[in-house]
Design a protein around this ligand. Structure first.
Ligand code: NOJ
Ligand code: CA
Length: 541
């Protein structure tokens, strides 16, 4: 029987440049990261997801790849990377990395050659047209930067297609050579010992006139081809799709369990934030009910924040306005169709709310992804350009540069956070390790609780509808294990009566504090919850 490790895993998304500098050049690197593996093991994460570590001119933080089989020299060498993989594996931690299939950097040797025109063997690696009106059904993603998905190439007198920045020309997947090249890249890393990929921007691989050029059948067919190769040669490897799409469309990336193993649950994320603002369980109930059940070997990747803006692409216009009004009061906080803030500042440093949002995520169907720094409640810097404000150096201690680098502070790739509220002098790993009730220690505890009960990751979810709509209640069941999850989405204390008659006579244990609750009787079960309070209860027969 296969165990599908990723179905119970806790993922940790990490930015090498921002994690730990080992050589004093002001930028995090692979040896630095390796030296911090003990911390990640202690935190309890199962799998690290690395932002792109490939050589890149760095115009989109490595999502503009120049060489798919190398390591960015600022981060170290291939040897450093192999050593890091071994060290992570020795500690029982798996590692996946971003893979950008859709586009390369315009500094990639393929594109430099392709610009020469049709005589170049690489010209057809990219998507060209004489008519910039082609594929007009496709949206523009980086709306603040780009006005068209076509850019002019004066060298060959033709336009090339780019779904993201114009320095990121899309690869042409209609060319079988491109398909082969990328499969070869995948083999290269898996052979080295990498455990899988976060598949960047997968909806956009193929284009076709008259469509929105997203998730075309051709794209799914190619992804299935990659999966077949994995199943045959690397059966333990995992692929997580980054497809910012509605639940019904997302479902297609799983195929019949023969495409992506996982996909980020983009529609769920903003609704968690909406529910706590509206103090109403509606947004969560509605989206979970709309979320299709997945094939047995598949899993959602759930998250609150990541390295990008908090995307509101999966919101209606009304919902988006609501989110901007409530969470981006300063226009400087808005970016593209989202909000460039970290978790704790979004929640106005209300740690009860921070705990609630995390605890909402942990037992919802899926494997949670923690964004580096959010486990200690790091702040952001909305005055750094683009999405850089949520990619600042990790705070390790209150030494110079937050223990991130020994360099002269002006050499840091980005300043550490010094705003009074979030200063590295108090918001850092060392301080939080010492405080028993810190966010960091709470996160460690939650990760361990989650690991103990498989129904949190794999359980079938059934909502129970209390009259008090400020409270969210659901039951989970997996392999004979039954849990009851109760969350107060409001800033005030709330009583709630829960219809649990079917469990008449059963006991209840609150599993975070291991506390016995009163037995369930033949009338509604009554509990009260403090502001943003929650109970994770095991039902015992
Ligand atoms: C999605 C990534 O998350 C984002 O950071 C990047 O800019 C685009 N894909 C383009 O690769
Ligand atoms: Ca360095």
């Amino acid at each position: 029987m296969k165990d599908y490790w990723y179905k119970d895993a806790v993922f940790y998304e990490l930015y090498i440049r921002g994690f730990q500098d080992s050589n004093g050049d002001g930028k995090g690197d692979i040896p630095g990261l390796t030296s911090r593996l003990g911390y990640l093991r202690e935190l309890g994460v199962d799998c690290i997801w690395l932002l792109p570590m490939y050589p890149s001119p760095g115009h989109d933080d490595g999502y503009d790849i120049q060489d798919y089989k190398g390591i960015n020299p600022e981060y170290g060498t291939l040897e450093d990377f192999k050593f890091f993989l071994d060290e992570a594996h020795m500690r029982g931690i798996r590692v996946i990395a971003d893979l950008v299939l859709n586009h390369t950097s315009d500094r990639h040797p393929w594109f430099i050659d392709a610009r020469k025109g049709p005589s170049s063997p690489y010209h057809d690696y990219y998507v060209w047209s004489d008519d910039p009106g082609k594929y007009s059904g496709a949206s523009i993603i980086f709306i603040n930067h780009e006005t068209s998905n076509w850019a002019w190439c004066p060298d060959c007198g033709s336009y090339y297609w780019h779904r993201f920045f114009s320095h990121q020309p899309d690869l042409n997947y209609r060319n079988p050579k491109v398909q082969e090249e990328m499969i070869d890249v995948i083999r290269f890393w898996l052979d080295m010992g990498l455990d899988g990929f976060r598949m960047d921007a997968v909806p956009y691989l193929f284009e076709r006139e008259g469509t929105n050029c997203e998730g075309l059948p051709e794209t799914h067919a190619y992804l299935k081809r990659i999966r077949a190769m994995l199943d045959e040669k690397y059966p333990d490897a995992v692929m997580i799709a980054e497809a910012n799409q509605w639940p019904e469309d997302l479902r297609q990336y799983f195929g019949d369990g023969d495409e992506m193993h996982m996909a980020f649950n983009f529609p769920l994320m903003p609704r968690l934030f909406m529910a706590v603002k509206q103090e109403h369980h509606g947004p969560i109930v509605d989206i979970v009910k709309r979320t299709p059940v997945l094939p047995e070997n598949c899993q959602w990747a759930t998250f609150l924040r990541n390295h990008d803006e908090l995307t509101l692409a999966m919101c209606t216009d009304e919902e988006r306005d609501y989110m901007y009004n409530e969470y981006a009061k300063d226009p400087q906080m808005k970016l593209y169709s989202g909000i460039r803030r970290r978790l704790v500042p979004l929640l106005e440093k209300n740690y009860r709310k921070v705990e609630l949002l995390n605890v909402l995520l942990f037992p919802l169907p899926g494997s949670p992804v923690i964004y580096y720094g959010d486990e200690i409640g790091m702040g952001d810097n909305i005055f750094l350009g683009d999405r850089n404000g949520v990619r600042t150096p990790m705070h390790w201690n209150d030494n110079r540069n937050a223990g991130f680098s020994a360099c002269n502070p002006s050499r840091l790739y980005a300043p550490v956070i010094t705003d009074a509220d979030y200063s590295y002098t108090s918001v850092n790993v060392q301080v939080e390790e010492m405080i028993p009730n810190s966010l960091l220690n709470w996160m460690k505890k939650m990760i361990r609780v989650r690991r103990k009960y498989k129904s949190f990751s794999r359980g079938a979810l059934r909502f129970i509808y209390p009259e008090n709509k400020k409270v969210l209640v659901y039951a989970l069941e997996y392999d004979g294990e039954q849990m009851l999850c109760v969350f107060n989405l409001a800033s005030s204390s709330q009583p709630v009566q829960i219809g649990l008659r079917e469990f008449n006579g059963c006991g209840l244990t609150e599993v975070i504090g291991d506390t016995e609750f009163p037995q369930i009787g033949d009338s509604d079960y009554q509990v009260t919850l403090g502001p943003y309070g929650y109970y994770l209860l095991e039902i015992k027969h």
